[in-house]
Design a protein around this ligand. Structure first.
Ligand SMILES: [Mg+2]
Length: 322
């Protein structure tokens, strides 16, 4: 046995309930992996995501099932063949990157500070405007909407953050009729792009559609193999390591998106800085970063990201990861 491996599930509470079109949550469940080789330790984390069919039980089972092969020295490419893309593979892939970087056998892409989007959860237009007021000066504001009163919410928010880049995320809650009808509003309010308006299963309706603002695939885009299907439906993709199942596939997805002329944002689930440390390595190469997951937690891991002014996020301290 080359390595000592431990994996498990960790729960962390949020300081405020987080509401999107699918519902509200008050805590997160994390897949965590620790891989020790000699006296070097690699760590990784993924966020269990119900939307993608994951549960604490299924993710825990995937982690336990791979422990033996990891201990025997399996590499990241084999991992991609053996595990499905998701939070368990993300935790393990990132733990391997961390270990390899510390052992000096792999070179991680550099991390540097990036402006991250700061997210407004769904509420009444008045409450969202009040929350936006607190973000005045933010470089990027991301607005969660559902199908009920998106225009009223956006019109209430925009004047509160006049200089900010504005991104709208419908999390699959719109119809194609809404997508078309709301284009002039999005353009008038200078929205930079619209994230995942339609349910992933229905996005064939976007084939050939060119809106006034770009449309970005999130729930529809998981791995590189999705790109051929998406390239005529979307102008951008949202890369998240919990969908790609780790940094290895995320870097391939980034390269594939660029080859097809697609814009790229890098997002995250609500997570600690351990997940964000890995996402940073892709975010520095993206057009838009949305990495504010740890800001929703009651408590992050020590030594994690730091926030500067206007949503400028500094990577975790050297030695934290990678
Ligand atoms: Mg999204």
């Amino acid at each position: 046995m080359l390595r000592a491996v431990s994996t498990g599930i960790e729960r962390r509470p949020l300081h405020t309930p987080f509401r999107i079109s699918r519902g509200s949550r008050t805590q997160i469940e994390l897949a965590v992996a620790t891989i020790r080789q000699g006296d070097v330790i690699g760590r990784g984390e993924g966020s269990v995501t119900g939307r993608y069919g994951e549960s604490v039980e299924s993710v825990g089972e995937q982690l336990r099932a791979i422990e033996g092969l990891l201990a025997d020295g399996i590499g990241r490419d084999e991992l991609r063949r053996l595990m499905p893309p998701g939070s368990a593979r993300n935790a393990v892939d990132c733990a391997l990157w961390d270990l390899e970087a510390r052992l000096g056998v792999s070179q991680l892409p550099a991390a540097r500070p990036v402006h991250t989007a700061l997210t407004l959860g769904i509420d009444t237009p008045e409450a969202m405007a009040a929350a936006a007021r607190k973000l005045k000066g933010a470089a990027i504001v991301k607005v969660k909407v559902d199908g009920r009163e998106p225009e009223a919410c956006l019109r209430a928010i925009r004047p509160e953050v006049p200089g900010s880049r504005l991104v709208v995320d419908a999390n699959e809650a719109w119809t194609m009729a809404q997508v078309e009808a709301l284009q002039p509003v999005l353009a008038e309010l200078d929205v930079e792009f619209l994230e995942q308006p339609l349910p992933a299963a229905d996005d064939v309706a976007l084939d050939g559609f060119k809106g006034l603002v770009p449309t970005c695939a999130d729930e529809s885009c998981h791995v590189t193999a999705d790109l051929d299907r998406l390239a005529t439906r979307y102008q951008m993709v949202n890369i998240k390591l919990d969908k790609t199942g780790g940094l290895t596939e995320a870097l391939d997805l980034l390269a594939g998106a660029r080859e097809r002329g697609l814009g790229v944002m890098v997002g995250c689930m609500i997570s600690t800085s351990l997940a964000i440390a890995a996402a940073f390595r892709v975010a520095v190469q993206a057009d838009c970063a949305d990495l504010d997951g740890p800001l929703w937690l009651e408590q992050d891991r020590p030594g994690g990201i730091r926030m500067g002014e206007h949503g400028l996020m500094h990577p975790p301290e050297p030695g934290f990861w990678g």
